[in-house]
Design a protein around this ligand. Structure first.
Ligand code: 13P
Ligand code: SF4
Length: 370
């Protein structure tokens, strides 16, 4: 019997639709300790043009020249302030090209950013990504200052489940291990045995050696995992509001127009969308696939900035672009990153009792061998 035919899954649902949770503002402790710096002058002149030309070169295929005079003064100021503050910027693959290519120190998928967060020697981490990613960085670096440039950079998956929901599931399925996707709050991670990302989900599920695992909160990622393992999955009805908008029909039509088109999809997409894909994987796995195979034409069934960022590294590949914007990722902009470094806000702070338990779940994941 193939693994596919064995896929076993039971999906439970949240009792009510949840609205995004807005975390409280930081206490301002970092700004009081290290002080606020003067806001740098932001002007476009010959010196700014000359000193940022090498960075514009990297993104010229995806950022029109008319936009660069707006971005360049911020890029220069941010890169100088990073030095002054001993700060690094960790940017997710969905960040816009000027952030991803011009100010980020490390880029990658959720797992790579979490691993990077354990290695940095910098005193301050600015998260170019969404709030759960910043919380993960803080969990792994409790003594560092972790900043999120916009508190409203949430995630529909993180908003779909609470710690109380996980406690109820544990009561209903006593003894069954709980795996939570990193796209969750620290409070939910604290109720879990281990975290996972889309790049290690199957490995994490199988790491317990049990015949059943509770896998939260993404229903579609859970279905994809269930297809690739013999472990029975108990799932939750959380969805990514960006990936759930793709349809199999739109991909089918694209393929009809060009049978050689390669379709790469993120496992947060609905199952019928994944059926149409030639490859399914995390954001970095998709990017590596393009680098390795150099297809003539490709569509990345995921957030829009991915195609821009992968395009800059693969100039000979044509990207077909039906994509959906993540409104949360797009809240992070160069002006907000600059504000973060000047004013040291918003500081990510996690209740120590929650942090200790959530850290254990993230560390277990990070310590799993690749
Ligand atoms: P990756 O871990 O694949 O980067 O995905 C994170 C995410 O939020 C996708 O929507
Ligand atoms: Fe969350 Fe979806 Fe945005 Fe990823 S793309 S951060 S899962 S809402």
């Amino acid at each position: 019997m193939s693994l596919q035919a064995r896929a076993e899954i039971e999906v439970l649902g949240p009792p009510v639709a949840r609205t995004a949770i807005v975390p409280p503002p930081g206490s301002g402790a970092a700004a009081r300790r290290l002080g606020v710096l003067p806001m740098p002058k932001l002007e476009w002149n010959a010196e700014v043009e000359r000193s940022t030309a090498h960075l514009y070169e990297k993104i010229k295929a995806v950022v029109p020249p008319v936009e660069w005079p707006f971005f360049a003064p911020y890029v220069k100021a941010i890169n100088e302030l990073k030095q002054k503050r001993n700060a690094v910027i960790l940017a997710h693959n969905y960040q816009t090209p000027e952030i991803y290519n011009c100010v980020a120190d490390f880029v990658g998928d959720s797992l790579q950013l979490a691993r990077e967060a354990t290695k940095t020697k910098a005193e301050i981490i600015v998260q170019g990504g969404v709030h759960f990613m910043a919380e993960t960085s803080k969990l792994l670096n409790p003594d560092k200052i972790v900043l999120i440039p916009d508190l409203l950079a949430g995630c529909s998956l993180a908003a779909s489940i609470t710690g109380a929901d996980v406690r109820l599931l544990r009561e209903r399925f006593p003894g069954v291990p709980v795996v939570t996707y990193v796209n969750t709050s620290a409070e939910v991670k604290a109720e879990s045995d281990i975290c996972c990302t889309s790049s290690n989900a199957v490995q994490v599920v199988e790491s317990f050696g049990t015949d059943r695992v509770i896998f939260l909160p993404d229903e579609y990622l859970a279905r994809w995992v269930a297809k690739n393992t013999k472990v029975k999955i108990i799932a939750w009805k959380g969805h990514c509001e960006v990936h759930e908008r793709f349809t199999a029909d739109e991909l089918h039509k694209l393929r009809e127009g060009d049978p050689s088109l390669q379709i790469l999809a993120h496992p947060e997409c609905p199952p019928d969308v994944l059926e149409e894909a030639d490859f399914t994987g995390s954001t970095s796995a998709m990017s590596n696939w393009v680098k390795r195979h150099q297809p003539k034409r490709v569509v990345l069934v995921t957030e829009c900035s991915m195609a821009d960022n992968v395009q800059t590294e693969n100039p000979n590949v044509e990207f077909v672009r039906p994509c959906n914007l993540c409104p949360y990722m797009k809240r992070i902009t160069l002006p907000k990153i600059l504000d973060s470094l000047v004013y040291l806000r918003e500081e990510v702070e996690i209740d120590p009792a929650i942090a200790a338990r959530a850290r254990r779940a993230v560390e277990r994941m990070v310590q799993l061998k690749n």
